[in-house]
Design a protein around this ligand. Structure first.
Ligand code: SF4
Length: 498
């Protein structure tokens, strides 16, 4: 694929893009009006090695409070650039643009109208695009005046009605929306722009970013790119998703700043992000790790899904190399490939990240017939288990339920991390069902759009339950929601979980 070379932009004093190191960012989790707590969170993130910190500004009051946060940090000698996260209120963006170094906006909120059933012919489509441009102009003017950067943050599940009408909730729609905004910024001669296309579904996030890369190269655009997998969850699964999505794209030479979203304390994200950059970014003359070998061969076995191969037949593996060997063939008419990756001298935690990104990179275009991880320092059982986890993250084979969960922020209305663990313990065995745990009603429903079932925080620690994107029941305790989810899995998804 052709190489993408981004331009260098400034976020306050921080340089981003071009040959600059890939920058690490994260987000605070406390309410934005709680100035002292937010300041302490920012300090912790900066100490962990975060290069820029995002803070939610859900309304005008929160946007104004960014000034207090900024001043308090400056008094303590902390100069880390701040990013205001604006989702629904363009007025909050206007206020924040005077205070912080960067604002993140969602193009869906700058669209001319919100009529779910509106029919867009070419005329109405172009009219609305024009209205978007008119709405954006004052913000662009203000950002020019204050030297503020804008990130266009497009998430799968939050596209405008205009884009949804023509392209659906697709990777193509995400890219068209981005390109329309970039064209507006170019026409206004404003280039202090970063782009992000995120999704909780790893293959979709990769597809959108590779499409974007292609489009930007063809259009002569060179805006820096922010990478992230949204709602990745926690623990091993969160890290695997981040590595498979972000790591794969860094290997592809795409991405100037990254956020690893975990449903854990935000400072936990920083070491993972740093590892992904050091393992996979091609900047700073990084070379592929010497202890990784890739080899593949042809086989004529017709598998229903990719096999997990391991040295010993165990709970997680399907077949051993001995049993596979007689069926191997060099006959070129069979195009199925078994891929083996061998690791050594690496911790298990690091191997998890490397294997997820390596397999994601190698199998993006051609799903494998089987994958095989070897590492003599790790049991074959553990290697086979990791293979199954990777196949699920890459969407090739489902061996348990799929979980998505938001990383939490100042809008979170219940304990997402604890709830996610309970949901995982109770519902993991329901293979292939996609279950979401989201902190708030503001973004939760949109960003879990493709989940089969989801719970979203509402008032008093309660949650609303969603079935296939539609609200099913309101104001449940977490326990009630989990029990109801189990019933709904049995009644609505029995085919899937067989
Ligand atoms: S879904 Fe979660 S991370 Fe997103 S805005 Fe709501 S609470 Fe914050």
């Amino acid at each position: 694929m052709p190489k993408y070379k981004s331009r260098v932009i400034k976020i306050g004093k921080l340089l981003l893009g071009g040959d600059q190191p890939v920058r690490v960012q994260s987000m605070t989790q406390s309410p934005t009006m709680d100035t002292n707590t937010i300041v302490n969170e920012v300090i912790k993130l900066a100490a962990a090695g975060c290069d820029l910190v995002r803070i939610t500004a859900a309304n005008k009051q929160e946007a104004y409070n960014l000034k207090n946060i900024k001043n308090s940090l400056l008094k303590k000698g902390i100069f880390i650039p701040l990013v205001a996260d604006i989702h629904f209120l363009p007025e909050a963006a206007d206020i924040a643009a005077e205070i912080v170094e960067k604002i993140r906006i969602n193009p869906g909120n700058y669209s001319g109208s919100h009529h779910k059933n509106k029919i867009y012919d070419e005329k109405t489509y172009q009219e609305e695009l024009f209205q978007t441009k008119i709405k954006l102009r004052p913000l662009i003017k203000k950002c020019k005046k204050y030297g503020t950067t804008i990130r266009i943050g497009i998430n799968h599940g939050s596209l405008s009605d205009r884009i949804l009408y023509r392209y659906g909730n697709t990777a193509e729609g995400m890219v068209v929306s981005t390109m329309e905004f970039l064209t507006i910024f170019r026409e206004e001669n404003f280039n202090n722009v970063v782009i992000s296309l995120k999704a909780s579904n790893v293959p979709l996030m990769i597809k959108a970013n590779l499409l974007l890369k292609d489009k930007m190269i063809k259009s002569g655009y060179n805006f820096p790119v922010h990478l992230g997998v949204t709602e990745a969850g926690n623990g091993m699964q969160g890290r695997l998703k981040a590595a498979a999505g972000i790591g794969m794209l860094l290997k592809e030479g795409f991405g100037d700043t990254i956020r690893v979203s975990l449903s854990e304390k935000s400072e936990n994200e920083i070491p993972v992000a740093k590892k992904l950059i050091s393992f996979f970014s091609d900047r700073n003359n990084n070379t592929p790790p010497v202890n990784t070998n890739y080899f593949s061969f042809k086989t004529n076995i017709n598998f229903p899904y990719p096999l997990v191969i391991s040295e010993t037949q165990n709970t997680y593996s399907d077949i051993t190399p001995d049993k596979l060997k007689p069926k191997l063939s060099n006959d070129k008419t069979f195009d199925k490939t078994v891929i083996q990756l061998s690791y050594k001298n690496t911790s298990y935690e690091d191997m998890v990240l490397r294997a997820a990104a390596d397999f994601s990179y190698l199998t993006y275009k051609n799903p494998p017939a089987g994958i095989w991880i070897t590492n003599k320092e790790v049991s074959s059982e553990k290697n086979a288990f990791l293979s199954l986890e990777i196949l699920q993250v890459l969407g090739f084979r489902y061996s348990k339920a799929e979980f998505i969960a938001c990383p939490t922020c100042g809008r979170t209305l219940f304990d997402v991390e604890k709830t996610l663990e309970t949901v995982k313990n109770k519902l993991s065995t329901y293979k292939g069902v996609k279950i979401a745990v989201m902190g708030c009603i503001v973004n939760g429903p949109g960003e879990m759009a493709d989940a089969d079932l989801g719970m979203v925080g509402t008032v008093n620690g309660k949650v609303n339950l969603y079935l296939k994107g539609k609200q099913f029941q309101k104001n449940l305790t977490v326990g009630e929601a989990i029990s109801l989810m189990e019933v709904l899995i049995k009644t609505h998804f029995s085919e899937k979980v067989k």
